[in-house]
Structures are given as C-alpha cells and as structure tokens.
Design a binder for this molecule. Sequence first.
Ligand code: XMP
Ligand code: MG
Length: 183
Amino acid sequence: MDAADVRDDLSEVLYTSDQIAERIAEVAAQIDEDYAGREVLLVGVLNGAVMVVADLQRAMKNHVQMDWMAVSSYGSGTQSSGVVRILKDLSSDLDGRHVIVVEDIIDTGLTLSYLMSNLASRNPASLEIMTMFRKPEASRMEVDVKYVGYDIPNKFVVGFGLDYDGRYRNLRDLAILSPHVYS
Ligand code: XMP
Ligand code: MG
C-alpha cells in the first residue's frame, strides 16, 4: 500500500470533520463556562490527542495552556495490563493548576485510570477528563469522564488523530477502517 489515498481504506464515515468541529465548539463553550475565572491546563496524551487539543483550545475563549504526555502499556500482549510506562512526562508543575486530561478515545479506560492516579498525586487544584470519542466498554471504568465528544460503537476507528499502525491520523473525519486493510 504505497502512496494511496487514505480514504480508499475506509468502510464508513461515522463523523465528518464538520460534525467533529461542531461538537468541539460545544464542549469548548462548556469548559469556558465551567472554568470561568480559572485558567485551564490541557494535558494531551500523545500522539492521538494532538488534533483534539489543537482544535479544542482554539475553540475556547478563556485563557488556556497546554502540555503533553506520552505513555505506553507495559509488555507486548494485545491486552492492556493497566500498568503504563511514562515515555514523556509533562514540562509543567501541576501544583494548584486546573487540569483537564485530553484523550482521543477511551476504550477500556485502563491506561487512563493509571494516568489519573499518577496526575492526582501531583496536587492539582482540580483534575478532569475530556475525550473526543468513547467506546461502550468505557462505561465500566471507575473514573469519571466529564466531557465526551461522541459515544461511538465498538468498532476500530481511525482519523482525527487516531491511527492504525501509525497511519490515518491525518484523515479529518472519524471512520471505520475497511477489513481489507487488516489482511
Ligand atoms: P484503553 O483501553 O486503555 O485504550 O482505554 C485506549 C487506547 O487504545 C487505542 N484505541 C484505539 N485506537 N482506534 C484507534 O486508532 C480505535 O478504535 C481504538 N480503540 C482504542 C488508543 O490508542 C487509545 O488511546
Ligand atoms: Mg493508537
């Protein structure tokens, strides 16, 4: 598969870039209202949350700052153990800050559970989660997700920062990957 159009590999578009932008504007307005008079630090989880953080903060009217973390699950198995390794830590001190962790997608929520307890120990004034997409399984996780873009079906999706094998992040829509890509 060389130099092909990424769109040839999609079976269904779930959300168009316009729908994503519309929902991000609503979430941004809600965050502006909820945090009026308090400056938010958006903590993006690399690499998937790059597009969400970029668009979310530009849709906000309040002052806002951003920082980044990169994490990886331990081990080589296909199932997440919930134990993660920090590959890149924050540059910012969280002490007294109003932090919103920004994710592209929550599936089981195991990665996020670990991350939240790690960040909570750094003494932020407040700590919440925003995810652009959420799968049904996430309803069983014990951490609260304050802001959700869209709840989606339990299908493997790509686009708007989400990848398959490093590809498709540049697609503006959120789409289900066609089965021919896996084989
Ligand atoms: P957990 O299960 O810990 O995992 O919530 C979340 C991470 O799994 C990846 N993930 C996906 N990536 N399309 C993707 O491109 C998907 O449909 C998908 N579902 C889960 C993603 O890296 C996320 O951060
Ligand atoms: Mg990924």
